[in-house]
Design a binder for this molecule. Structure first.
Ligand code: PEP
Length: 251
């Protein structure tokens, strides 16, 4: 049995003060839901403060990005050891980073490896663009992103990770994938690939999330799918009520 996980990607939203308010609202609503894990990923600036607030609670903390070098002259970047003091998880390869910050399959792989070395747990995002979807290339793209990102990753490493299937055309658009369609991609191009790469036993243990316009109204349909183990939530993770309701739907 894989325990469901609902993770929130706050993206570039919330000042430190606003982040504190949101966490104050989330804590009482999530605390009783022990059947589901929760991860929140605020911006870097709020991590230190929020780490103090969630310590001892069920909320786990994640970052939204990381650089691959440990230290050095890389103005503006944040290294894995810097994050490891504050967070347990880190989102790597989000489509917005691939689209706006030139992240490639190769840099995503470097980030995954560096994060694992520092003891962080990557939440690896993969997913096709609208153009690729319409060209029938979903499987090819998802498989390519997955295999490239996991190049050189050990069984021990993958066992600490989560994968998020996030079709780019569904992110922030209000047009979610169909639950059956998302499940098919996750099963055929992620879980079965993991089985080939590692073993069926390992593949069956890895949590694979769906992301893309998950809201309280549609969350349950995704969680009912056999290969979908939770959600990576963007917009709806910024409203405490919505994030709590999505978590309740995962019970
Ligand atoms: C995301 O940014 O990972 C995401 C899934 O966004 P949204 O839920 O807003 O579509």
């Amino acid at each position: 049995m894989r325990k469901a996980c609902v993770a929130g990607n706050w993206k570039m939203h919330k000042t430190v003060t606003e982040a504190e308010t949101l966490v104050q609202e989330l804590l009482p609503g999530l605390e009783g839901i022990s059947a589901v894990d929760n991860v929140i990923c605020p911006p870097f600036t709020a991590l230190d403060r929020i780490a103090g607030m969630v310590r001892g609670s069920k909320i786990e903390l994640g970052a939204q990005n990381v650089f691959w070098e440990e230290q050095g002259a890389y103005t503006g970047e944040i290294s894995p050891p810097m994050l490891a003091e504050l967070v347990k998880h880190v989102i790597i390869g989000h489509s917005e980073r691939r689209a706006y910050f030139q992240e490639s399959d190769q840099t995503v792989n470097k980030k995954v490896q560096a994060a694992l070395t520092a003891g962080l747990r990557p939440i690896l995002c993969v997913g096709e663009t609208l153009e690729e979807y319409e060209a029938g290339k979903t499987g090819q793209v998802v498989r390519r992103q997955l295999l490239a990102a996991l190049d050189g990753v050990s069984e021990e490493g993958i066992s600490t990770m989560m994968i998020a299937y996030e079709p780019v055309w569904a992110i922030g658009t209000g047009k979610a994938a169909t639950p059956e369609g998302a499940n098919r991609v996750i099963r055929d191009y992620i879980r079965d690939e993991l089985a080939g790469l590692f073993s069926r036993k390992v593949a069956d243990r890895i949590r694979i999330l769906y992301g893309g316009s998950v809201k309280p109204v549609n969350a349950r349909e995704f969680f009912e799918q056999p290969d979908i183990d939770g959600a990576l939530v963007g917009g709806a993770s910024l409203k405490a009520d919505d994030f709590i309701q999505i978590t309740q739907a995962a019970i």
